[in-house]
Design a binder for this molecule. Structure first.
Ligand code: SF4
Length: 284
């Protein structure tokens, strides 16, 4: 009963707009009181977003290659560079997919792929330029932090220069894929050859400093503890405090069996918080 009262005190605090610290967040997560959490979250959302409508955009996921030098235990999408099942999407096919998206009212593509071992930075610049030449009004939400970090290794160039060049070539915003749980104990257990927590955050930080905006993700339900989920959210909140340039957080549910049919790199979206004010509710 006392524990229940404490949970309701914490929820009242959050609804009133006060900031919860990580230990309070953990208490809420451990409470398992989904109804109370849901009611509080709804109240916060309505306070931050009182208008009677919600918005959406139409976009399409395009995975330009499934060839990847990393190994992630949860990913059924990637193929090793030696696999006969590896592909690089033909440019004509890629542009046709965008054309179909535009014809359906879409104005954005989510462009992601595996960590290709050979493509130089120029390949990605030319890809972006080609898309923008054909579809100047389509936003390219492309290249998650693991990809960007990989590009810096292949190009042997500083992160800032890589991001500046991609931005100049037409990159509009960065998707937050590949975050999983931003705690290296967890990452070391489920991924190999992929960006670590600090570097993932740093890609986002430098992109934000260049004036860019990006999203973030959290893939949960595997080897992480509840405290590590809170640590992940807290690290994102700290960066949001610093830059204010995250516009959304996507939560990815790793459920048994889902990985066998993985639709693309970096996970499966189950819930979306996509609004600067709603991210405030989540990370505030
Ligand atoms: S999740 Fe991304 S980095 Fe990991 S194996 Fe799949 S494509 Fe490669």
């Amino acid at each position: 009963m006392i524990a229940q009262l404490k949970i309701h005190d914490l929820l009242d605090k959050a609804v009133a707009g006060e900031r919860l610290d990580p230990s309070e967040g953990l208490q809420l997560l451990e409470s398992n009181d989904l109804s109370a959490l849901g009611r509080a979250a709804d109240e916060i959302t309505r306070r931050l977003h009182p208008e009677s409508y919600r918005t959406y955009n139409i976009d399409r996921n395009i995975n330009y290659t499934n060839i990847c030098t990393a190994v992630c235990d949860f990913c059924a999408f990637y193929r090793s560079p030696k696999s006969s099942e590896g592909y690089v999407l033909d440019r004509k096919v890629l542009l046709e997919k965008i054309q179909e998206t535009v014809e359906l009212g879409g104005d954005q593509i989510l462009l992601q792929g595996g960590l290709h071992p050979e493509f130089k930075l120029e390949w990605y610049e030319e890809l972006l330029q080609d898309i923008k030449r054909h579809f100047p009004d389509v936003n390219i939400h492309g290249f998650s932090p693991p990809e960007i970090h990989h590009f810096t290794k292949i190009a042997k160039l500083p992160l800032e220069e890589v991001l500046q060049r991609l931005q100049a070539a037409g990159l509009g915003s960065l998707p937050g894929g590949g975050a999983e749980i931003l705690v290296d104990r967890v990452r070391d257990e489920i991924t190999r050859g992929k960006v670590n927590s600090t570097d993932w955050l740093n890609v986002s930080r430098v992109w934000h400093r260049l004036g860019g905006r990006s999203s973030a993700t959290m893939m949960f339900g595997h080897v992480e503890t509840l405290a590590e989920r809170i640590e992940h959210l807290d690290r994102l909140r700290q960066l949001q405090d610093e830059t204010g340039r995250f516009f959304g957080v996507y939560l990815l549910d790793f459920s048994v069996g889902a990985h066998r049919n993985g639709p693309g790199p970096h996970g499966r979206v189950v819930r979306v918080f996509e609004d600067p004010r709603r991210i405030e509710a989540l990370l505030g």
